[in-house]
Design a protein around this ligand. Structure first.
Ligand SMILES: [Fe+2]
Ligand SMILES: [Fe+2]
Length: 194
């Protein structure tokens, strides 16, 4: 599958979750609403998605485009802000002080980030690379996602080297913890592919 089709199906799945979370209850009801599970699904999906973009997609954008560094730096800054909010959600409990505000901030920021990638970055990237390159990158993304961390790790540096080494170590710990707690079972990480 080509890289942009692969990333788009991740985005579709995240946008679907954001839609559900848009009308999420706040206060006391939030705790009883199953919001926890939806947010955990979102944390897993987003953590894996941004990690593989940082390992593979942004380095490819930097290499392919003259303005690649600028585009990648802007997107990675958005991703870092998003990870901090996700970490707040991961540490917090629905209904708790500040939780609803962090969730609302994440929903808005994530939509803007997806819009930036799809409308600003992708058209330029697609112009600059061949169909074969897109296909090859898609294969690498797909493979990397299986080993990607399931938690946000906002303090792990976002460069490709750090993501490959520190990110990989964090990912192993995440997967062990997921297996031990049953989190992986309750929250299957992958959306259906087209
Ligand atoms: Fe991203
Ligand atoms: Fe993305």
């Amino acid at each position: 599958m080509d890289a942009l089709t692969f990333l788009r199906s991740d985005h579709q799945s995240v946008l679907g979750m954001l839609e559900v979370l848009d009308g999420a209850p706040t206060g006391d009801g939030a705790h009883r609403s199953g919001l926890d599970t939806t947010v955990t699904n979102l944390v897993i999906a987003e953590s894996q998605h941004e990690a593989i973009e940082e390992q593979l997609f942004w380095p490819a954008v930097r290499a392919a485009l003259d303005e690649g560094d600028e585009l990648a730096d802007h997107a990675i800054a958005q991703e870092q802000d998003g990870k901090k909010l996700l970490q707040q959600l991961e540490n917090g409990t629905p209904g708790e002080n500040g939780y609803a505000a962090a969730l609302a901030a994440f929903v808005g920021a994530a939509r803007e980030h997806i819009r930036y990638e799809q409308e600003v970055v992708w058209p330029r990237f697609k112009e600059a690379v061949s169909a074969e390159e897109l296909e090859k990158l898609g294969g690498l993304l797909e493979k990397a996602k299986k080993a990607a961390p399931t938690r946000p790790h906002p303090h792990t540096p976002s460069g490709p080297g750090a993501q490959m080494t520190l990110g990989a170590a964090a990912s192993i710990v995440d997967h062990v913890r997921d297996a031990a707690t049953g989190r992986a079972h309750d929250n299957p990480p992958d959306p259906p592919r087209p």
